[in-house]
Design a binder for this molecule. Structure first.
Ligand code: PEP
Ligand code: MN
Length: 347
């Protein structure tokens, strides 16, 4: 249920609505847009509630929402969510390009990659320190040591970084270092973890589960939003289909669907979405053409020797080429490319 306030409603009237909801054991989440203030009602509602709320002073109308997700819906917030991380604005007209290795392996590997992706125009660094692995015998990340490498690369290059958090217990530690917390595909329905990152105020990127429907994905987003954290972005990283040539099938249609249903920014990940480095660039172009707010790309100095996901990682050279090919596609859908370091200094 959405409570739409009158244009000239006062803070007291707003507080009156929230108080009324609290008396019924319900939570009110506010969205103050340019046009109107909307209160999203979360909890077990009942039919008479609509009439009760409509009679309150300052209330314009009460709209029932039939969808099970509410705070992530466009009805609740018509304007797109914009997230600011340092100098980077996610969800604006500039593309967000997140790039870096699958996993932090050595200080040199992280630093060299951070410098290369920055020079090519990426605006956020990625790297896993806590890695989910399908097999327990695979590399599972360097933990805190990996976080320190990423923090060093941030200090050297100025790039903010995103990294995955695997358990509720690790949220505090990872949030101390990272600029954005990543919830991986395998954890999309780890509800305790979603609650925990929802209680914090660090931006979160929620990846789509490999077998999750769009509705299930938005309901997971709802866990984070309903805990109070509104700094949330989504990432389409491919879903399981019958096709075995690719690691996953990148669901390009999810991009415009999310744009239609939700105000949350959406990033495409053609690296995990295909599993093959030679498919990353064409699918990256498709994701941007379909209206994504950004990309997440795995890049490694020597993909052949990568401890994780080498087959889908781009070399520095290939990443630079991707960025060059991306520029006209981004322009055609009204997006600016991130500003490269040399442009910044007017060289
Ligand atoms: C990753 O980004 O390195 C990762 C593990 O992704 P996903 O959760 O999409 O598999
Ligand atoms: Mn990976």
């Amino acid at each position: 249920m959405l409570v739409v306030m009158k244009k000239d409603s006062t803070e007291q009237e707003l507080a009156g609505v929230i108080r009324k909801l609290a008396q019924s054991g319900l939570n009110g989440h506010m969205s103050k847009g340019m046009e109107r203030t909307v209160i999203g009602v979360v909890g077990q509602t009942y039919p008479e509630l609509r009439d009760t709320l409509e009679l309150l002073s300052g209330v314009d109308e009460v709209i029932p929402i039939s969808k099970p997700y509410k705070l992530s819906s466009r009805e609740f917030q018509p304007e797109g969510t914009v997230i600011t991380v340092g100098d980077v604005v996610i969800g604006g007209d500039e593309l967000t390009v997140i790039a870096g290795p699958c996993a932090a392996e050595t200080e040199k590997q992280v630093l060299d990659t951070a410098r290369a992706v920055k020079a090519a125009g990426a605006n956020i660094l990625r790297g896993g320190a806590f890695k989910p692995s399908t097999s327990p015998y695979q590399f599972r990340g360097l933990g805190k040591q990996g976080l320190e490498m990423l923090a060093l690369a941030r200090a050297e290059t100025g790039l903010p970084f995103i990294t995955e958090v695997l358990t509720p217990h690790d949220v505090e530690l990872v949030a101390e270092y990272a600029d954005i917390l990543q919830i991986g595909a395998r954890n999309m329905q780890n509800f305790n973890l979603l609650d925990e990152v929802g209680k914090g105020r660090k931006p979160v990127m929620l990846k789509r589960g490999m077998s999750a429907t769009i509705q299930e994905w938005l309901l997971s987003a709802e866990y984070i939003l309903s805990q109070g954290n509104r700094q949330l972005l989504l990432c389409e990283r491919g879903i399981r289909t019958f096709e075995t040539y690719t690691r996953n099938t990148l669901d390009i249609s999810a991009i415009p669907i999310i744009k239609r249903l939700s105000h949350l920014p959406i990033i495409g990940d053609p690296s995990h979405g295909t599993g093959k480095w030679h498919l990353v660039t064409p699918l990256a172009l498709a994701v941007v053409a379909a209206g994504a707010d950004g990309l997440m790309i795995e890049v490694h100095p020597n993909p052949d020797q990568a401890l994780k996901d080498g087959a889908q990682s781009l070399t520095f050279e290939n990443f630079e080429q991707l960025m060059q090919q991306l520029a006209p596609v981004a322009a055609s859908v009204g997006r600016r490319m991130p500003i490269k370091p040399e442009e910044e200094h007017g060289e």
